[in-house]
Structure formats: C-alpha cells, structure tokens
Ligand binder design. Structure first.
Ligand SMILES: Nc1ncnc2c1ncn2[C@@H]1O[C@H](COP(=O)(O)OP(=O)(O)O)[C@@H](O)[C@H]1O
Ligand SMILES: [Mg+2]
Length: 276
C-alpha cells in the first residue's frame, strides 16, 4: 500500500503514535519588532519528513529556532520531545538541544579537523565536560565510523573536512547530527549551497533516516519541486503564517504557489540549473 506511506501517522488509525513535536498558536517577535510567526500550528510525527516551504523571510529559520529555544516565543506553545520549550530554563534547554540534531546550509564543520573528529563532536552534546576534555571513547569512535559508513563517506574519515565537496560535507554534518542519537532532526536549507544532484542525494538521505530511525525530520526548503519530491508532508509558510499543510501526495505545484510573493522564486533552483 504505497498510499499509506504518504500519509502522516495521524491518518493511520489506532496505531498512530503521538507527535514528537506539537506547536500551537506560536507567535514570535524579535524585540519590539513585528510578529515573525503569527499563530503557527505544527505537528511532527516519528518517521516522517516534513518540508517547510516558504520564501526568504517567511519565518522558516525562526520556526526551527523556536523548537530549540533560540527564538523569543511571545505567545502560544511549542512542545518538543516532552519539553515545553517556552518555559525551559538553561539546564533543561541543554537537555532539549542534545535531543535535536541540526543540519545547516553552510554545513558548520570545523574545516581543519578530520571528518571523523567532526562526527565525534556530535557526542559532546550528551557528554559532560570530563569526556570533552578526556577525549572520545573507543565506542564513540566505532559509532562515528559506522555513521560515516551509513552516509557513504567512511573512506574520507581521516581527511580534513574542508577538502570534501559540499555534498560530502553535508553528509558529515548529517553523521554528526546522528551521533547525538537525536529524537528529532532539523535541517535548515540543507541543500541551498549544493548542486541539484547533490541536493537530491542529501534529501534522499534525510528521508531515509527519518523512516529507518523513526524520527521526524523537518527540512526547510525554498524550492518548490524539492519539497514535492522529498517529503511526506509539506507545511507552507508565508509572512509567518501557515498557508498550506497537507500530505505531499495530495499537493501540486500550483497549490503550493500561494506561499510565494514572487512566483519565480518557487523555481529559482531550476533557473540556476539552466544557467549551469
Ligand atoms: N535575530 C533576528 N532579529 C530580528 N529580526 C529577525 C531575526 N531573525 C530573523 N528576523 C526576521 O524575521 C523574519 C523571518 O526570518 P527567518 O526566520 O530567517 O525567515 P526564513 O528562514 O524563512 O528566510 C525576517 O523578516 C527576518 O528579517
Ligand atoms: Mg532561513
């Protein structure tokens, strides 16, 4: 039944798990500025990949930051893996952040360090300072190597991270996120710096991780066709409001066009492809 896999777990009846992330009426404003998120609702279920689609400035990064306590929540609520983010103090915030693996547009690796060491730093989220000073255990190293194998670049383990291609660096960043044993992965524009072939590979990998590991992956994208090809559900933001929230299988490009101020932006990567 291929249709079942395209539905959110909430649609699967009595066996549906509860959402790992539940956002209700979320409002965020920076300082005295205007509302950047204005009444956002979002559920993320284990195993699903949700594409967060929207123009630049629509609030995608802010929504992701609000799930890890990095955005000023001024109304509504965000529950993540049992934490009520808006009420967490610093100690508990650290616990929440240890549960959330993050992947960024610019990979955020330490370029002069080896690929393996970059992956190992993912273990520091849960380790205390003693372990950070004392070095990594043999078990950590074995696990990091296994994860590099999983993302297809074990053969680069001893290379300096900066010598790798963009797509390879993003795989390292994904392995580093997995090293945390995350309960949720947030990927903020993870393919915006990659060419189309690499983009598809990285998004396939994220979707495979969500399914295999049974964790939610929230991936922000601003290119429409990538969202349609690599997600189970799409949430479309415009000016801080959710305009679209539906299973990807039920959506087409025309329906998603409403999230853009400028319709040409929906396809900008395709335009870039044509230039190459
Ligand atoms: N730290 C900040 N301080 C003030 N305004 C911000 C900050 N971060 C983002 N914004 C504003 O919030 C809006 C949404 O930004 P952002 O969440 O980065 O959108 P996106 O990721 O979709 O491009 C934009 O108008 C942006 O200028
Ligand atoms: Mg952003």
């Amino acid at each position: 039944m291929t249709t079942l896999t395209t539905l959110p777990p909430s649609a699967l009846g009595t066996t549906s798990p509860s959402p790992l992330v539940s956002v209700r009426g979320l409002r965020v404003a920076y300082g005295d500025g205007p509302l950047v998120l204005d009444g956002v609702d979002l559920d993320l279920f284990p195993g699903e990949t949700v594409a967060l689609l929207g123009s630049s400035g629509s609030g995608k990064s802010t929504l992701m930051k609000s799930l890890t306590g990095f955005a000023p929540i001024t109304g509504g609520s965000a529950h993540v893996a049992g934490h009520d983010v808006g009420t967490l103090r610093r100690g508990r915030l650290r616990g929440l952040r240890a549960d959330v693996g993050q992947v960024f547009q610019q990979f955020n690796l330490v370029g002069r360090l080896s690929v393996l060491t970059n992956v190992l730093t993912g273990a520091l989220h849960s380790a205390g300072p003693v372990n950070a000073v004392g070095g990594f255990t043999g078990a950590d190293r074995r696990r990091a190597m296994e994860l590099l194998d999983r993302v297809g670049i074990a053969h680069k383990a001893t290379d300096q991270a900066r010598t790798l291609s963009g797509g390879q660096q993003q795989r390292v960043a994904i392995a580093r996120a997995l090293m945390q044993r995350p309960r949720l992965i947030l990927a903020d524009e993870p393919v915006a710096s990659l060419d189309p072939t690499m983009s598809h590979q990285v998004l396939d990998l994220l979707q495979e991780i969500a399914r295999t590991d049974g964790i939610p992956v929230l991936v922000s994208l601003h290119v429409l066709h990538l969202a349609l090809e690599h997600s189970d559900r799409v949430v479309g933001l415009r000016h801080g409001e959710v305009l679209v929230s539906a299973p990807t299988a039920e959506l087409d490009a025309e329906q998603l066009g409403v999230v853009y101020d400028d319709p040409t932006e929906a396809h900008d990567q395709e335009a870039d492809d044509a230039d190459r």
